[in-house]
Design a binder for this molecule. Structure first.
Ligand SMILES: [Zn+2]
Length: 296
């Protein structure tokens, strides 16, 4: 997996700011360029949120300092208080389609069209935004779901998993964040169970940025996000939100029903850097959660 490299653009920029938070942004601060493509769609709130994280966090180091809201996962800064920390975060408290959720109670037997993965090689740009560690992906990779194309911006990690399947969380979850030309976000979540070493992670694990605000790059090492995917392509689909402030809704979620594995050592290494960064599951409410035929 070492080959050519594209320059990954980032979304930095004002537009993005709004996004704040989190991990859904492409985040690469610092780069220039791609804001347009990755970014902003200013019109889209979701988009904005996404970006924010990226830019805000990265630029300021940790704590999402961009808006003066120092959200986190512990104590007063934790998820239970996000909605009160800023007007911009109100959906974290009063949104009705929030993420993550437990897939229990999902609608079985739906015939879900497959996700068409078109992932290409990307050089590694691994950044620590104070809330997670994230690999910013070079432009040109995408998924197509129900005829709509969403470009892969970045992927990042949560320990433990944020989503639950039948009440059970995994030790880790990776979120691959994509955005359409219209600014809609689509995230693919993959549960990571403890087991065999994950060879895809091992390709860039040594570049783990340990400090908030730190970014490590290796343009000679090329990775392919396809290597993170499970063999089985079944997935749960529902409409949700960013799992970090500002908790914007309208995010198309696809949680793969089959997990992949990582070694205990790999999980320990990332947990030591990012700590516990999983928002608790949120009420499913009236939402329809579609489950793959083979999920049970
Ligand atoms: Zn995430």
């Amino acid at each position: 997996m070492r080959k050519f490299g594209l320059k990954c653009g980032l979304l930095a920029g004002a537009a993005v700011l709004a996004l704040a938070g989190f991990e859904y942004g492409p985040a690469l601060a610092g780069s220039s360029g791609t804001a347009a493509s990755h970014g902003q769609a200013a019109a889209s709130a979701v988009a904005n949120q996404t970006a924010a994280k990226a830019s805000g966090d990265t630029a300021h180091g940790q704590s999402g300092a961009s808006g003066g809201s120092h959200w986190g996962y512990q104590g007063n800064a934790g998820p239970a208080n996000w909605g009160r920390m800023s007007k911009d975060y109100h959906l974290c408290a009063d949104g009705t389609e929030q993420s993550p959720i437990d897939m229990a109670g999902s609608f079985d037997g739906a015939t879900l069209s497959g996700i068409e993965f078109d992932y290409r090689l990307s050089p590694v740009e691994f950044t620590n935004n104070g809330h997670t560690v994230q690999v910013n992906y070079a432009p040109g990779s995408a998924i197509t779901v129900r005829g709509e194309r969403f470009e892969l911006l970045q992927f990042h990690f949560h320990t433990p998993s944020e989503h639950a399947i039948a009440g059970r969380q995994a030790p880790m979850e990776v979120h691959l964040v994509h955005k359409s030309a219209k600014g809609a976000l689509a995230v693919v979540g993959i549960m990571i169970e403890e087991g065999a070493e994950n060879l895809a992670l091992s390709e860039f694990w040594s570049l783990m940025p340990r400090q908030a605000g730190e970014t490590k790059q290796d343009r000679r090492t090329l990775i392919n996000a396809r290597d993170l995917l499970p063999v089985g392509q079944g997935y749960y689909r529902y409409m949700g939100s960013l799992t970090t402030p500002p908790c914007s809704e309208g995010v198309h979620w696809h949680v793969m029903s089959e997990p992949v594995t990582a070694s205990a050592e790999q999980i320990k290494q990332i947990a030591a850097v990012i700590g516990a960064n999983a928002r608790p599951v949120q009420p499913t409410g009236q939402r329809l959660v579609l489950a793959p035929m083979d999920s049970h």
